[in-house]
Design a protein around this ligand. Sequence first.
Ligand code: COA
Length: 164
Amino acid sequence: MEVRLEESADWAGLCAIYQAAFGQLAEASLVQRLRNDGDLILSLTAYGAEPVGHIAFSRLTLHEAPFVKGCGLAPLAVNPANQGRGVGSLLIEEGLKRMTAKGFDLVLVLGEPDYYGRFGFSTALARRFKTLYDGPYLQALALSDTGKEAHGSVTYARAFAELK
Ligand SMILES: CC(C)(COP(=O)(O)OP(=O)(O)OC[C@H]1O[C@@H](n2cnc3c(N)ncnc32)[C@H](O)[C@@H]1OP(=O)(O)O)[C@@H](O)C(=O)NCCC(=O)NCCS
């Protein structure tokens, strides 16, 4: 199993994974909209003999702290046949490593705290921010000291507003 940058040949397989994992194609469409808008910062495929999972990171705007480089982790999916074997963890860990190397300070994610807490995401840190997704599932992870001090209103990339 390797995690590498998404390649165009992966796309049909990734759509099938999103359909199987979420029962809909809205998340795959989100990735395409982010890409078309130029807001997709990192798109990784977990690959065995074929794609088995995918993760995306996109631009966030921090209005009161524009010097903070923030990103949103979404979407993430693993083929149901391959779930529970560490593929999701591999995608998250590799994604966070690469976003840190790119100089990002902060990651926000909307999801299960029991899952994302394993990777250091915190609901307490997320409460420093004001987003459209505020609530018990919003979590934040600082990748730098700058990220630890960040706060204020945050806007997700435009494609999220179109997510049904
Ligand atoms: C969530 C998802 C990406 C995890 O991928 P994965 O490859 O199965 O995850 P891993 O193998 O790395 O981790 C499995 C562990 O996470 C736990 N886990 C998986 N989904 C979870 C959830 N929603 N809430 C809490 N724990 C969860 C499993 O119980 C398992 O626990 P264990 O290690 O104690 O046995 C995958 O289940 C998936 O695609 N789900 C459907 C789409 C989805 O919900 N995406 C995330 C949206 S935020």
